[in-house]
Design a protein around this ligand. Structure first.
Ligand SMILES: C[N+](C)(C)CCCC[C@H](N)C(=O)O
Length: 264
């Protein structure tokens, strides 16, 4: 099994994250505060995504990454490989994403003197507390919603990327850096727009169970969110998600393609 894609996915995910982190942290003081945990986690997750995507395409079409611009795979194969990558990365992402959401939802930007310490003191403490209080399965709270969010939208991610690259690249050539940046940026936006409704539900499921369980499952969470807040609830955060998605995914794809060309 070719491993370059896993390594390139690892590095490119980390680079994209450095750019995206300020968007994730706009509410906090210090843009790059607390970055080591997300870097470590996105590197693992992106490596699984790109590694599985590329190897699934290899299984489906028998073309390696180097041959793919000359012999483009069908959109059906690209979509299936993207969905497979999205499905498997969701399981790796689930505990990391849970910890991120729990930490982001708990704190005041500046601790008030005399106020009680935050429930979770950092990522490791957060993971240990969830494990202690909610068990091993607690670490996978919201994982089902995350998997539903990522499986089809990672298919959309790769279809948009490959489609735009082909559109703007002469037959048989490698896409230019500008093309890769723009195609990567729009792939990020397209997949985030499609992912936002389930992203909202996923975050609610992850916060559920902290005290009293409110939702019975993904469907129940959807129905009660729409009842209380209307259909607009599904688009909450779509603008910030898209603004973040462009630079993050432009850099992720550019570094991914360049690392593979450089090694290959
Ligand atoms: C599938 N979904 C839309 C959730 C993510 C697609 C892009 C993944 C990228 N690491 C990022 O953080 O933007």
């Amino acid at each position: 099994m070719p491993v370059e894609e896993f390594v390139a996915g690892w590095i490119s995910g980390a680079l994209g994250l450095v750019l995206g982190h300020p968007f994730d942290t706009v509410k906090l003081l210090g843009f790059f505060k607390g970055m080591s945990f997300p870097i470590a986690s996105i590197a693992v997750v992106n490596s699984v995504l790109f590694g599985v995507y590329s190897n699934t395409l290899l299984l489906l079409t028998a073309t390696s990454h180097q041959e793919r611009w000359a012999q483009p795979p069908s959109y059906m194969h690209i979509f299936l490989a993207g969905c497979t990558g999205g499905f498997l990365q969701a399981y790796c992402l689930a505990p990391f994403d849970l910890i991120k959401v729990r930490l982001q939802n708990q704190t005041e930007p500046v601790a008030q003197p005399g106020s009680p310490p935050p429930q979770y003191q950092g990522p490791v403490h957060c993971a240990a507390s969830i494990f202690r209080e909610e068990g091993y399965r607690g670490l996978f709270r919201g994982a089902w919603a995350l998997m539903l969010r990522d499986t089809p939208t990672m298919g959309i991610y790769f279809i948009t990327y490959e489609g735009l690259c082909h559109q703007y690249t002469p037959e048989g050539q490698n896409p230019s850096s500008a093309t890769v940046l723009v195609a990567g940026g729009f792939a990020g936006i397209a997949s985030w727009v499609a992912a936002t409704p389930l992203d909202v539900i996923k975050s609610r499921m992850q916060m559920d169970g902290l005290r009293r369980r409110v939702y019975q499952g993904v469907l129940d969470c959807m129905v009660s969110s729409v009842r209380q807040e209307g259909l607009g609830v599904f688009f909450r955060g779509v603008t910030i998600n898209s603004a973040r998605a462009f630079p993050v995914n432009a850099v992720t794809f550019l570094s991914y393609e360049y690392l593979l060309r450089w090694w290959g």
